[in-house]
Design a protein around this ligand. Structure first.
Ligand code: MN3
Length: 204
């Protein structure tokens, strides 16, 4: 049966320093993400129908997953989808600002990129405990900022993730300790806006 596997990073673990340190990347990608995949594969081991689907299909269709494994698939499947996106959104030397259709859509919805960044950071700061802060597009293409708990993925609610930042302590604690605000501010330095634009174009 096909199994989900840990996607390789497209850059070395120290490539995002000083904003995201190498040790955090090694543990976050090599341990946390890897564990989500192991647990997802375990949850799906007797479910060939689900194994045949993409992770996006599984997460978006979480309500149809058998109840006995739904929580495990939500947590670990969401963890796999969310982190795969997160690694892809970051890049050393990536595009530093949104341009074209994405830039126009952000200005239309939020007034400016700075306003969007403030809204994402605020939603991430207000998230009590573990979760994510997101820029999502609804089915009509409208952009909005939301936050979800734990590994809940916006796809569950028919909202397509355009950009998401992990605000679990494991994402920043080694370098920033309790200073989530400093991590969020620094994170924007490693966002590759070309990848954000790609995700936006795919769902327009
Ligand atoms: Mn994480």
């Amino acid at each position: 049966m096909p199994e989900f596997t840990l996607p390789a990073l497209s850059y070395p673990t120290n490539a995002l320093e000083p904003h995201i340190d190498a040790r955090t990347m090694e543990i976050h990608h090599g341990k946390h993400h890897a564990t989500y995949i192991t647990n997802l594969n375990n949850a799906l081991k007797d479910h060939a129908d689900l194994q045949a689907k993409s992770i996006e299909e599984i997460v978006a269709g979480i309500a149809q997953v058998p109840e006995a494994i739904r929580t495990a698939v939500n947590n670990n499947g969401g963890g796999h989808y969310n982190h795969t996106m997160f690694w892809e959104l970051m890049k050393p030397g990536g595009a530093k600002a949104p341009s074209g259709a994405l830039g126009e859509a952000i200005n239309g919805a939020f007034g400016s990129v700075e306003n969007l960044q403030t809204a994402i950071n605020d939603a991430g700061l207000k998230r009590f405990g573990s979760g994510w802060s997101w820029l999502v597009a609804d089915p009509a293409g409208k952009l909005m900022v939301i936050s979800t708990a734990n590994q809940d993925c916006p796809l569950r609610d028919k909202l397509h993730p355009i950009l998401g930042v992990d605000v679990w302590e494991h994402a920043y604690y080694l370098n920033y300790q309790n200073r989530r605000a400093d991590y969020l501010k620094a994170w924007w330095n490693v966002v590759n806006w070309d990848e954000v634009a790609k995700r936006f174009a795919a769902k327009k």
